[in-house]
Design a protein around this ligand. Structure first.
Ligand SMILES: CC(C)[C@H](C(=O)O)[C@@H](O)C(=O)O
Ligand code: SF4
Length: 478
C-alpha cells in the first residue's frame, strides 16, 4: 500500500462516519463573519437547538465595515443594513458566549488574516468558515474550506460537516522565484495554467523548493487563491517556517502542550510514497510579474506581454469568453499591458493585506508620489494588528507621504460590500483575488497583481515591470 497524502491524513483523523462519497467529518475550528452567519444562528434558534461547541468559534466583522473614521464606531456606518449585520453578529456572539473581535477591537480584521495571526488556525485542524477564501488557512497544513450558510448552521449545531472526499492534486514548484516575483505572481501563474475549473473536485497540495522558501505570509497568499482554480482546499506541508510563525501566538498551545503539539504537527506532511491523482509541475524561473487582463483570474499574462489575440483561444467557447471579457474590460487584443493607464489602486484583502505586503508597498513608494492621473490609491491593512505593526514600523507615514490613503482594517474594495468601490468604467490595479464583472463596483474594471506591482503602478499611473523598478533600486544602493 502506498503512503498517505497530507490531505488523506487529516481527512482520516477527522472522519466520524460514512465513506468517501458521503462522509461526516469533525470540525475543529469555525470562523464566522457578519455576512454568512446571521441566517445560520436564526435557523438554530428556530429549531430550538443550541451551539454545540462555542469555544471552537472565532468571530470578527470584516466585509461590511467602513474603513474610515473607525473612531466613530457604529455611528460611522452610512449603510444601515450593513450596521444591522454587524450588530446581529454582536448579538449572536454575546448570546452564545462566542469570542468576537468587535469593530473597535484592535484584533478585528478580515477573517482569513485574523485566524492565522492569532494562531487560531493550527496544523492538523479541520477549519471552516462561511466564506469561499477559507482555503487560506490550509497553509498551516490544515484542512480548511469555505462552506455555505446552511453548512454554517450544521456545524454550529453538530460540529460536523457532510462531505465528499476530494481527489489529490499536487502542484510542484521547482527552483527559486526570481527577483521581484512574489507568492501572488506564483499563484496567478498557477491559476493561469490550471484554469478556473482545473482544481474542481481536488484538494491541492503545493510543494517544491519555491513553496518551501515562501514565508508563512506568502504561503497564505498561495492557499488563499486556491478556490480561484476551482478547488475548495489548498494545503502546504508543516515545516520549520510554520513552527516559527505559530510559536507564541495567542491561541497557539503553550508549554508542555506546545511540545506535544509539535511532535504531532511534524507528521503533517505527505508521505514520500504518497500517490497524487494529478500533478502540475512548474519551474519557478519561468514566472514573470503577472497581471490579469480579463474577468476571470485565469485570464492572466505577464506584464511584459500584450492582451491576447482572440484567435489564440483554445476553442470557440473560450473565444466567446475572451471576447466578452475584452468588451467588459474595454480592451483590444494586442495592447501592451504596460500601456494600460489606471484610475484607482487597491492594496489589501485577505490575499495581500498582511504585514509583509504592506512592507513591500512602502519599499516601492518610499520617497515617490502617486501619479497625478490616479484618482485614488489606498492601502487597507488586513487587520487592526497589521495596521498597528505597520504604524510601529513607520510604514503608514511613508505610504501617506507618497499620496496613498491609509485605512482601517476590513475587506474594503476587494468586493465593495462597504463604501469603498470603483465607479463604472474605472480601471483598477488590485491586490485582491477576484476580477469578476462588477466585483469592485458596478462597471468597475479590475486587474489583479501583486502588492509591489500595484504600488509601482500607483507611482507610474500605468503598469510597470516591477523587476525594472527593483533593479533600479538595487543599483541606487550600490
Ligand atoms: C461575502 C462572502 C460570502 C464572499 C465569499 O464567500 O467569497 C466574500 O468573501 C467574497 O470574497 O466575495
Ligand atoms: S477580503 Fe475579499 S476575498 Fe477576502 S473575505 Fe473579504 S471580500 Fe472575501
Amino acid at each position: 500500500m502506498s503512503g498517505q497524502t497530507l490531505y488523506d491524513k487529516i481527512w482520516q483523523s477527522h472522519l466520524v462516519s460514512g465513506d468517501d462519497e458521503a462522509a461526516l467529518i469533525y470540525i475543529d475550528r469555525h470562523i464566522i463573519h457578519e455576512v454568512t452567519s446571521a441566517q445560520a444562528f436564526e435557523g438554530i434558534e428556530l429549531a430550538g437547538r443550541s451551539i454545540w461547541r462555542s469555544d471552537s468559534i472565532l468571530a470578527t466583522p470584516d466585509h461590511q465595515v467602513p474603513t474610515t473614521e473607525r473612531e466613530k464606531g457604529k455611528a460611522g456606518f452610512v449603510d444601515k443594513l450593513a450596521l444591522l449585520q454587524v450588530t446581529t453578529l454582536d448579538d449572536n456572539c454575546d448570546k452564545n458566549n462566542i469570542v468576537q473581535f468587535k469593530l473597535n477591537d484592535q484584533r478585528q480584521g478580515i477573517v482569513h488574516v485574523v485566524g492565522p495571526e492569532q494562531g487560531a488556525s493550527l496544523p492538523g485542524m479541520t477549519i471552516v468558515c462561511g466564506d469561499s477564501h477559507s482555503s487560506t488557512h490550509g497553509a498551516f497544513a490544515a484542512l480548511a474550506q469555505g462552506i455555505g450558510t446552511s453548512e454554517v448552521e450544521h456545524v454550529l449545531a453538530s460540529q460536523c460537516l457532510q462531505q465528499q472526499k476530494c481527489k489529490n492534486l499536487r502542484v510542484l514548484v521547482n527552483g527559486c522565484l526570481p527577483l521581484g516575483i512574489t507568492a501572488k505572481d506564483l499563484i496567478l501563474y498557477i491559476i493561469g495554467k490550471l484554469g478556473t475549473a482545473g482544481g474542481t473536485g481536488y484538494a491541492i497540495e503545493y510543494a517544491g523548493e519555491a513553496i518551501e522558501n515562501l514565508s508563512m505570509e506568502g504561503r497564505l497568499t498561495v492557499c488563499n487563491m486556491t478556490i480561484e482554480a476551482g478547488a475548495r482546499s489548498g494545503l502546504i506541508a508543516y515545516d520549520q517556517v510554520t513552527e516559527n510563525y505559530l510559536h507564541g501566538r495567542p491561541y497557539a498551545p503553550k508549554g508542555a502542550m506546545w511540545d506535544s503539539a509539535i511532535q504531532y504537527w511534524r507528521t503533517l506532511v505527505s508521505d514520500a510514497d504518497a500517490v497524487f491523482d494529478k500533478e502540475l509541475i512548474i519551474d519557478a524561473k519561468d514566472i514573470l510579474p503577472q497581471v490579469t487582463w480579463g474577468t476571470k483570474p485565469d485570464q492572466v499574462v505577464a506584464v511584459t506581454s500584450q492582451v491576447p489575440e482572440i484567435s489564440s483561444a483554445k476553442d470557440a467557447v473560450q473565444q466567446a469568453d475572451w471576447q466578452k471579457a475584452l468588451s467588459y474590460m474595454s480592451l483590444n487584443s494586442g495592447t501592451a499591458i504596460s500601456s494600460l493607464s489606471l484610475d484607482q489602486v487597491f492594496i489589501g484583502s485577505c490575499t495581500n493585506g498582511r504585514i509583509e505586503d504592506i512592507r513591500e508597498v512602502a519599499k516601492v513608494v518610499k520617497g515617490k508620489k502617486v501619479a497625478s492621473t490616479i484618482k485614488r490609491a489606498m492601502v487597507v491593512p488586513g487587520s487592526g494588528l497589521v495596521k498597528q505593526q505597520a504604524e510601529a514600523e513607520g510604514l503608514d507615514k511613508i505610504i501617506m507621504a507618497a499620496g496613498l490613503e491609509w485605512r482601517f482594517a476590513g475587506c474594503s474594495m476587494c468586493n465593495a460590500m462597504n463604501p469603498d468601490s470603483l465607479a463604472s468604467g474605472e480601471r483598477c490595479a488590485s491586490t485582491s483575488n477576484r476580477n469578476f464583472e462588477g466585483r469592485q463596483g458596478q462597471g468597475g474594471r479590475t486587474h489583479l497583481v501583486s502588492p509591489a506591482m500595484a504600488a509601482a503602478a500607483a507611482i507610474a499611473g500605468h503598469f510597470v515591470d516591477i523587476r525594472q523598478v527593483e533593479l533600479a533600486q538595487l543599483e541606487g544602493i550600490h
